[in-house]
Design a protein around this ligand. Structure first.
Ligand code: CP3
Length: 346
């Protein structure tokens, strides 16, 4: 079954594979010299991610260098926002800045009808070219940010430490926040379908900041909207595997499994064996390796991969880090991670 499919897709579907596939969150980016050089020439993040030939080129950089089993579209979770009427920039060393943070019901009502094939046609174009180029040598990955995490950016206006503005909205004007979350769920669901139609074979939902919610609030503001996105996608593409990532998810993993996703991407603050025992058998696991390990020597990188893999042997597992690779990581460490990862066998 599935002999002609690329390894990562096969593994994500739960088919028997000879080794766990390997890719890295943020595998394209600042730790690569070739990326930093290109960034000097094109300093605007929006341009690098929205000009189809630049986005294509950057997506291919780690594939040409390390041949991971997955190629992820070079983009950002914020990329769909302008198509919804929300403008943003990404400022070096500060992160994302939202031009007019969304704080009132009127602003929420004024959000535009989001049509991915119109406002994000460049994403479709890049995915199409990537699919043609990598054919079945690797799996093409798409991604989106989940409603709670997108709302956290657009309400706070930037990266936040304690999320006090969005939590004020959650606990003072929950109807407004629910309206915003529902709008994002519908839009993001459509966006994922557009990515799949354009060639993405596996998709990841990043709810990076849902771990900032207590479990009882996760059940109100994050989980139901993750599930809504999953339902929208599965309704049209029941066989496209969906991965869900939350930073700081150790207290939430049973809940994550109830959203209907196929794979849960773990950070490194939970023991992977204990996590797998808490999850239903049919749910796959990704990640769990501290990105900081890549600042160690080759032996410690290989050792950590061995220990992690030994704890999930026999299970559906995708080798990855517990969050994005950090700026400043030596490229040779990334190479060791990919090469050693590809030498594992079941
Ligand atoms: O994985 C990949 O290689 C694809 C590219 C990708 C980027 N952002 C490129 C990027 C992906 C999957 C993302 C997702 C993303 N963006 C998330 C979810 C993943 C996570 O880290 O939790 C979030 C929360 C964002 C929002 C965002 N974008 C932040 C907080 C920042 C600044 C962070 C920083 O370290 O500066 C960005 C900018 C960004 N997106 C960069 C890259 C490579 C760095 C800016 C640059 O290269 O100039």
């Amino acid at each position: 079954m599935g002999e002609n499919l690329p390894l990562l897709l096969n593994a994500a579907l739960g088919n028997k594979v000879e080794r766990p596939p390997v890719w890295m969150m943020r595998q394209a980016g600042r730790y690569m010299k070739i990326y930093r050089d290109l960034r000097e020439k094109y300093p605007s993040f929006r341009e690098r991610s929205e000009n189809p030939s630049l986005s294509y080129e950057i997506s291919m950089q780690p594939f040409r260098e390390f041949e991971p089993d997955g190629v992820i579209l070079f983009s950002d979770i914020l990329t769909p926002l302008p198509g919804m009427g929300i403008n943003f920039e990404i400022i070096e060393s500060k992160g994302p800045i939202i031009e007019n943070p969304i704080r009132t019901i009127q602003q929420i009502k004024n959000l535009k009808e989001f049509i991915p094939s119109e406002s994000l046609s460049f994403v479709g174009e890049v995915l199409n070219s990537l699919k043609t180029e990598i054919s079945n040598k690797a799996t093409l990955l798409g991604f989106v940010g989940a409603p709670w995490t997108l709302a956290a950016y657009v309400v706070e206006g930037k990266s936040s430490k304690n999320y006090s503005i969005i939590k004020s909205m959650a606990f003072r004007e929950p109807e407004s926040l629910h309206k915003l979350l529902d709008y994002f769920a519908n839009s993001i669901g459509e966006y994922l379908k557009y990515q799949i139609k354009s060639g993405a074979q596996v998709v990841q939902i990043f709810d990076s900041w849902a771990g900032q919610l207590s479990p009882q609030d996760y059940d109100i503001f994050a989980g139901p909207y993750q599930k809504k996105v999953v339902d929208i996608v599965k309704d049209e593409y029941p066989n496209t595997p969906i991965i869900l990532y939350i930073s700081g998810s150790a207290g939430l993993i049973e809940r994550m499994a109830k959203t209907g996703v196929d794979i849960i991407s773990l950070d490194w603050t939970v023991d992977i064996k204990e996590a797998s025992e808490r999850l239903p058998k049919n749910i796959g696991i990704q990640g769990n390796i501290d990105p900081g390990i890549l600042f160690g020597d080759d032996e410690s990188i290989k050792n950590r991969i061995d220990i992690t893999f030994s704890k999930v042997k026999g299970k559906k597992y995708i080798l990855n880090l517990g969050h994005g690779i950090l700026p400043g990581t030596p490229e040779e460490s990334a190479r060791t991670f990919f090469e050693y990862g590809k030498s594992l066998t079941y």
